[in-house]
Design a protein around this ligand. Structure first.
Ligand code: ZN
Length: 131
């Protein structure tokens, strides 16, 4: 398993990690197979979406904030229940195809790490399975 380590800078942030995953594929000379990109955190997620127009990220972030408001009357005492719920809604992992040493994404797609309770030190775990 490979680990990408980084620090987020805001409470909520959508970070394009496509380049990090591309670099892992090149550095490890992975030719063909499947990779699992996994977030081992309860208040962050991994997703795929458009990486051409930055307003898509902004809309996603703003809509999630409206859907799960931070100041709702939750039971969890850490005051980050909204972060846990957003993590579950978006999911903690995604799988991708590698073919001819290239990450197979649609033309407009990028891979995103979703921070919902930063700033924090975070990790992304990546496992490659050849095939
Ligand atoms: Zn919590």
């Amino acid at each position: 398993m490979k680990i990408i380590r980084f620090r987020t800078s805001k409470r909520e942030e959508i970070i394009d990690i496509t380049g990090n995953i591309d670099n892992l594929i090149k550095d490890n000379k992975w030719l063909s197979g499947i990779i699992l990109v996994y977030s081992p955190h309860t208040t962050a997620g991994i997703t795929v979406n458009e990486n051409a127009d930055p307003s898509v990220k902004e809309d996603l972030s703003n809509f999630l904030k409206k859907l799960v408001p931070q100041n709702h009357c939750f039971s969890h005492a850490e005051a980050n229940s909204d972060s846990h719920i957003k993590g579950t809604l978006c999911g903690f992992s995604q799988s991708f195809i590698i073919e001819d040493s290239k990450l197979q994404l649609g033309t407009w797609q990028g891979i995103y790490f979703l921070e919902f309770d930063g700033p924090r030190s975070r990790e992304i775990w990546v496992k490659f399975t050849p095939g």
